[in-house]
Design a protein around this ligand. Structure first.
Ligand code: 13P
Length: 285
């Protein structure tokens, strides 16, 4: 069933859980993510990022995300991740996505404010939630290596600006930079827990973690305790799929078509997400 971003975040807050927000550019990832949410009877956010367009366009994978979400027994949000323009977000809303992130984080502050406000206004026509971003998160959302930026505190979100940003835009949640990076970690992340606490207090909205792959169980739990309610996660699940597919080619070198690779790939994503959900949610089955 479909639920709103706000409802998912409220579940996170009331149960001290982090809602897994999983990028599902392929059918394997999509069906695996839904299966895990159903198994544990927890809300989950299905996402499509603009950077995944070469894998599947939002017009192709989006209707599948929406239809499977509506049919599912699990409470699910269908969310545009890292919309780089208001037009891209609109494409998602037209398909039926009920939540979106507008990523103006690399724009000057005033420009970020402007596009985010515009997105919030647009979202009202669709009854959708909006996530904004302030502060720069190193690395790419398509899982490519995160070169540099780890521990660079000049990139972290400024709490004063964050409070102003949320007050002026009216976003439902705010993606902040506090030490995580997108993609594979080349260096150990340095998480600033006190900054999360301050950001949560000053902004009054749930904080979103991007670059959710690759943290320890303790790091996830501490971030959630401090006010992170949405945890964006992609690289390690898709990496598990690749490793499983490669293993199949080693075990069965005579494989001569592509489709059989998707079977262990899907299973690997399911196992990876299952482990994640057990850590993030206090009421996972
Ligand atoms: P990872 O790929 O590092 O898990 O980050 C995902 C993400 O932040 C998507 O927005």
């Amino acid at each position: 069933m479909l639920i709103t971003l706000k409802e998912a975040l409220e579940y996170g807050e009331s149960t001290t859980s982090g809602i897994a927000a999983v990028n599902t550019p392929t059918l394997e990832m999509l069906t695996a993510a839904i299966a895990v949410a159903e198994k544990h009877e927890v809300p989950l956010i299905l996402q499509h990022a603009e950077v995944h367009e070469p894998v599947n366009t939002i017009e192709n994978i989006g209707p599948a995300m929406l239809e499977l979400a509506k049919r599912s027994s699990a409470p699910l949000v269908v969310h545009v991740d890292h919309g780089e323009s208001v037009d891209y977000v609109r494409r998602g809303f037209e398909i039926g996505f009920n939540s979106a992130m507008i990523d103006g984080s690399r724009l000057p502050f005033e420009e970020n404010l402007r596009v985010t406000k515009e997105t919030v206004e647009l979202a009202q026509n669709y009854g959708a939630g909006v996530e904004g971003e302030l502060g720069v998160m190193p690395g790419r959302e398509d899982g490519k290596d995160s070169d540099g930026g780890v521990g660079d505190e000049s990139l972290y979100t400024d709490p004063e600006l964050a409070a102003q940003f949320v007050a002026e835009t009216g976003v439902t949640a705010l993606a902040c930079s506090f030490g995580t990076v997108h993609g594979l970690y080349k260096a150990t992340p340095k998480l600033k827990y006190d900054l999360i606490t301050t950001l949560r207090e000053r902004t009054g909205v749930p904080i979103v973690m991007h670059g959710g792959s690759g943290l320890s169980n303790e790091e996830y739990r501490e971030c959630i305790a401090r006010g992170v309610q949405k945890i964006n996660y992609y690289t390690y699940a898709d990496k598990a799929a690749l490793e499983a597919a490669k293993q199949l080619l080693v075990d069965e070198p005579d494989t001569y078509v592509y489709s059989p690779l998707t079977v262990p790939a899907r299973k690997a994503v399911e196992e990876n997400l299952d482990a994640l959900v057990r850590v993030l949610y206090t009421r996972a089955n």
